[in-house]
Ligand binder design. Structure first.
Ligand SMILES: Nc1nc2c(ncn2[C@@H]2O[C@H](COP(=O)(O)OP(=O)(O)OP(=O)(O)O)[C@@H](O)[C@H]2O)c(=O)[nH]1
Ligand SMILES: [Mg+2]
Length: 381
């Protein structure tokens, strides 16, 4: 088998016949021995009956997942059953032109690349006129957020061909939501990718399944992928982000106690420190070091407070030492302040990572896997 085309479907019965016929015409014209694997998530819209009909005269196989939902995991499910030398993934709604499939296939089969991407954003590629500003902006923002993971111009489209071995040898895949191509590009950075221009068409039948929930899933997926690619950097980034919110909490708590309850300013300062450190501990436990969430809370909290207090003293102590011992820093107090903050932050982060939370987050990010496939019903051989 040359090519396995995997098509995830949810309520696409109105589009499937045309898709299969146009794909098969392309196979015949280009002399490709191809199969089409439809992975449906229990649409109950006639997809099963239609595939049974199509399978009589076309190389179509249908897999139905009865309980699971999700585009990306459906694609993985299909690719695990595929027999071609090249796998190709495309939408069912005819947005991805079936006539481009042979070109994508040839790019991979010839060895020109390992992943060939049908791209809207390289020269010659296009989207249909009438995309509103919101839709265009949405696509652009989503793509820019993935810049640190891939240089590909259109990693969001979901129309791509991939060499069988690259897929099978990829690290454990755990996509959330829609972005299976981004998952593969991020986890297989050595695979050579090539973008081939396509004309993207808007769907004529059926409804889009891309909703707000999918967009939020995308943000979580991005976080997982950045953790996978840059485990230490993303940990420091998240730690810093939590720290910034902690600063706001510190300020709020201090003003509340000092201005409203008229507590002595030093007592207010000490109390707001405990409140902010507790806030930071809780969010770091939940987000930055989520692998350490199963550990006992109380000793972890106490350890975190201790590390934060030492970090605070270090911060302040360095400022004090620099400005009392050095004439240079005496006239550059802001620089002394920054030195203190950087040293305090570094100590806090290292202390939290090594002493309080442990090192489990990296392993956690690398070890996430997609759910195991459920038993399937099947049409076609
Ligand atoms: N198996 C499966 N397929 C899905 C699921 N969600 C979407 N799909 C399919 O994935 C493809 C892309 O979904 P669309 O709804 O077209 O999403 P989109 O292309 O981003 O949105 P539009 O541009 O509005 O069409 C289509 O073939 C859908 O049927 C799902 O949960 N499970
Ligand atoms: Mg679509």
């Amino acid at each position: 088998m040359d090519l396995s085309v995997v098509v995830p479907t949810y309520r696409e019965a109105l589009n499937l016949r045309e898709l299969v016929e146009r794909l098969c015409a392309g196979f015949a014209e280009s002399g490709i021995e191809g199969e089409i694997l439809v992975v449906d998530d229990n649409s109950n819209d006639g997809t099963e009956e239609l595939c049974a009909q199509l399978a009589a005269s076309h190389p179509v196989r249908l897999f139905v997942r009865r309980t699971e939902r999700g585009l990306a995991t459906a694609v993985i499910h299909g690719m695990r059953q595929a027999t071609g030398r090249v796998f190709l993934c495309m939408d069912a709604d005819l947005s991805h032109p079936p006539e481009s499939v042979p070109e994508l296939y040839r790019a991979v089969a010839s060895g020109a690349c390992e992943i060939a991407i049908g791209s809207r954003y390289v020269e010659g590629g296009s989207v249909e006129e009438g995309w509103g500003l919101f839709r265009w902006l949405n696509s652009k923002v989503a793509t820019s957020l993935a810049r640190g993971l891939t240089k590909v111009k259109d990693p969001m489209g979901g129309f791509f061909a991939i060499r069988r071995e690259v897929f099978l040898n990829a690290p454990p895949l755990a996509p959330l939501g829609y972005k299976i191509l981004l998952e593969l590009l991020a986890k297989c950075p050595k695979a050579r990718a090539k973008e081939i221009p396509i004309e993207f068409k808007d769907r004529k039948f059926g409804e889009s399944k891309l909703n707000l929930k999918q967009q939020l899933l995308y943000l979580r997926h991005l976080r997982w992928l950045y953790q996978f690619r840059y485990p230490v950097l993303s940990e420091i980034f998240q730690y810093g982000l939590v720290g910034l919110t902690g600063l706001a909490v510190d300020l709020l708590a201090f003003s509340f106690l000092y201005r409203i309850f008229l507590v002595h300013h030093l007592a207010s300062r000490a109390a707001s420190f405990v409140v902010a450190a507790t806030w930071n501990w809780a969010w770091n436990r939940r987000i930055t070091f989520e692998g350490a969430r199963s550990r006992a809370r109380l000793p972890q909290w106490a350890g975190f407070l201790l590390v934060s207090a030492v970090g605070f003293l270090l911060n302040w102590g360095i400022y004090y030492l620099l400005t009392t011992r050095s004439a240079f820093f005496l006239s550059a107090k802001e620089l002394a302040l920054v030195c203190g903050v950087v040293a305090g932050f570094a100590f806090n982060y290292l202390g939290a990572r090594l002493l309080v939370f442990g090192r489990s987050v990296v392993a956690k990010a690398a070890g996430r896997t997609a759910p195991e496939p459920e038993p399937q019903s099947l049409v076609g051989k």
